[in-house]
Design a protein around this ligand. Structure first.
Ligand code: ARG
Length: 467
């Protein structure tokens, strides 16, 4: 576009300053989606080949025209993949860019491709295919992340660390158990991915503009050719539905939220104050001014990407919430949100998988922390219930007094003498010291899903059979 003063003058005086020409340029800029929907080229071509093949099979177009169309589309595919294809903003979107090029390549037969379809069902198809493939990639990525956690859990089934509630030391747990908590979270995410694939597994093509078509098309045939379980059942819903994109973004937001919680733990645990983990050089950076520093940048960025992904979900929900049936151009705004969230999510999962595999676990620091903060106080209370027959509420009170005494003496519970403990409750015997160690504490938590190493190993085996 020329950029001359005379043209600038002819644009709108109030708001046309930045436009080279009049309102047409503005219309083109707001209207065009080719800048981002070119990402859908492979899906668009695949959909068009399936559509043309069906049209010929049904006798709606000739086999000769179909062959020309398919050949032309394959040529365009290689042109785009080699970088030779010239995208034009004037042609608005990927659908019209490809169709215009097809006309140049094969002549009038190109005009028959759009029989019995509209860009409304075409874009619904292309985008659905893309989201479905992205969900399949996400499923694989989550499986790799779960595998990384299973390996670390196995390796550290016996490694004790403090368990936290309110980020205050609560009770000793094992690091293997903590890892398996994330396996549960990412396992749920993966099943959300699988459900989303099932929900969206219907082919939109053939819904046409919104009402279907009078041509004798076979929507079951195109659905099958494109790998869908079947065609959608309502043409109005088909062109106005973006639930598959919303489900992708919902799943992505929940997964990102899990990744962010993990990122937060990595940030906290890698501080000198906690010192539970040492990040590998591969996933940290130095400071340009403070030579001693090793920063958890990758974890911080994963935490931040979550904000971005959640933003995309809210953006698309907001785009959709006021739309009457059926298609409205507002829906063109669906793609950038999904593309951006998909890129962020893929990167975040990959970075996290790398960090989980590479991180050094400082078992000495974890163990030392596990024993501090009176983490076995519950074990003392449980012992009083079991061995001295106290009601739990009384045992809780007695234990509280023992903690206060230990605090006063600046020592741990296990360091109190038997005489100290008996001064609080006469029925305490030296057997109590068996339960005051962190190892005894975790080994005793044998309830289903509990932190005892053998229980954790059972859960690892259950997941290994499903990963
Ligand atoms: N670029 C459009 C989109 O992404 C394609 C569908 C346009 N349909 C229409 N009737 N203008 O939604």
């Amino acid at each position: 576009m020329a950029d001359g003063n005379s043209e600038t003058k002819s644009s709108n005086q109030m708001w046309g300053g930045r436009f080279a020409s009049g309102p047409d340029a503005i219309m083109e800029e707001i209207n065009a989606s080719i800048g981002f929907d070119k990402k859908l080229y492979a899906q668009d071509i695949r959909g068009s080949i399936a559509h043309a093949t069906m049209l010929a099979h049904q006798g709606i177009i000739s086999t000769e025209d179909k062959d020309k169309i398919v050949h032309g589309l394959n040529t365009i595919l290689s042109e785009i993949e080699s970088g030779a294809f010239e995208f034009s903003r004037r042609l608005e979107d990927i659908h019209m860019n490809i169709e215009a090029r097809l006309a140049t390549l094969i002549g009038p037969a190109a005009g028959r491709l759009h029989t019995a379809r509209s860009r409304n069902d075409q874009v619904a198809l292309d985008f659905r295919l893309w989201v479905k493939e992205e969900l399949q990639r996400t499923e694989k990525a989550l499986t790799a992340l779960i595998a990384a956690f299973l390996d670390r859990a196995e390796e550290h089934a016996d490694t004790v660390m403090p368990g936290f509630t309110h980020l205050q030391t609560a009770q000793p747990v094992t690091f293997g158990h903590h890892c398996m908590a994330y396996v549960e979270m990412f396992g749920r995410d993966r099943s959300r991915v699988r459900h989303a694939i099932e929900h969206m597994d219907e082919s939109p093509i053939g819904a046409a503009a919104l009402a279907g078509t009078g041509f004798p098309i076979d929507r079951h045939m195109t659905a099958k050719a494109l790998g869908f379980a079947g065609p959608t059942r309502n043409s109005i819903d088909t062109v106005s539905d973006r639930d598959f994109a919303l489900e992708f973004l919902s799943m992505a937001s929940i997964t990102a939220t899990h990744l962010s919680r993990l990122a937060e733990e990595i940030v906290i645990w890698s501080t000198p104050q906690f010192g539970f983990i040492r990040l590998s050089d591969a996933f940290s950076t130095g400071s340009s001014i403070m030579p001693q520093k090793k920063n958890p940048d990758a974890a911080e960025l994963v935490r931040a990407k979550t904000g971005r992904i959640n933003g995309s979900l809210v953006a698309l929900l907001t785009v959709m919430k006021g739309l009457p049936l059926a298609y409205s151009k507002d829906m063109q705004e669906d793609k950038e949100q999904v593309f951006d969230a998909a890129e962020s999510l893929e990167l975040a999962i990959a970075a996290m998988t790398g960090m989980v595999r590479d991180v050094t676990i400082r078992t000495d620091r974890m163990k030392a922390a596990a024993g501090s903060g009176y983490s076995t106080a519950t074990d003392l209370a449980d012992w009083l219930v079991r061995e001295a027959g106290l009601p739990f509420r009384d045992a809780h009170h007695v234990t509280g007094r023992a903690v206060a005494l230990a605090e006063q003496k600046s020592c741990d519970l296990a360091d109190l003498s038997l005489a100290d403990l008996q001064s609080i409750h006469a029925d305490i015997t030296d057997k109590v010291f068996d339960v005051l160690t962190v190892e005894a504490s975790v080994a005793s938590r044998t309830s289903f899903g509990g932190t005892a190493p053998n229980e954790v190993r059972k859960q690892i085996a259950w997941w290994r059979a499903r990963n």
